[in-house]
Design a protein around this ligand. Structure first.
Ligand code: ZN
Ligand code: ZN
Length: 142
C-alpha cells in the first residue's frame, strides 16, 4: 500500500482516498486540508472545487503546469482554521507556501473559504523537503 500524499504516515487507502473518492465527507478542518492537499498532488480539480466556497477561485490544472508538490506540514489547527506549509518544486527550484486557511460550513458541509499567505522560507539546516533526508543546504538549497 502506498503512503498518503498528505504525509499523515497512513496509507492512502486509509487516509485521504475515502474523501477523494467521495465515499466520505470530512467535517474536520485538518482532515479536509490534508485531503485538499492530496487532491492538489493528484490533480483532482473536481474535489478541490467541491470542497471550496464560491469565494475561492475555481481550480483548473494545466497540462503544462511544471509545479510538483513535495510535502505538507500542518503547523496548527482549530475547528475551522489550519496553518500549514506546503513545499513544492517549480522549474527545478524547491519553494514553500505557508498559509493560514479558513473553513466555514456551507449547506452543512465544511468548506475552504479563504487563505492568508504568511511569510516563510526554507531554513538551511532543515531536512530537505524533496525527501532525500539530507539537510536543505546540502541538497536542493545548494
Ligand atoms: Zn492523507
Ligand atoms: Zn533536496
Amino acid at each position: 500500500m502506498s503512503a498518503c500524499y498528505c504525509g499523515s504516515g497512513k496509507s492512502f487507502a486509509l487516509c485521504c482516498q475515502k474523501f477523494l473518492d467521495k465515499k466520505e465527507i470530512s467535517s474536520d478542518a485538518q482532515e479536509l486540508m490534508r485531503s485538499r492537499y492530496s487532491a492538489f498532488v493528484s490533480k483532482n480539480a473536481e474535489y478541490l472545487n467541491n470542497t471550496s466556497t464560491a469565494n475561492v477561485a475555481e481550480v483548473k490544472f494545466n497540462a503544462l503546469d511544471s509545479l510538483v508538490w513535495l510535502r505538507l506540514k500542518i503547523e496548527s489547527f482549530t475547528e475551522n482554521e489550519v496553518t500549514f506549509k506546503a513545499y513544492y518544486k517549480d522549474a527545478g527550484k524547491v519553494q514553500v507556501l505557508r498559509e493560514h486557511s479558513f473553513f466555514i460550513k456551507e449547506s452543512g458541509r465544511l468548506k475552504y473559504d479563504a487563505g492568508v499567505i504568511l511569510e516563510s522560507k526554507i531554513e538551511r539546516n532543515e531536512i530537505c523537503p524533496c525527501g532525500s533526508e539530507k539537510k536543505y543546504k546540502k541538497c536542493c538549497g545548494k
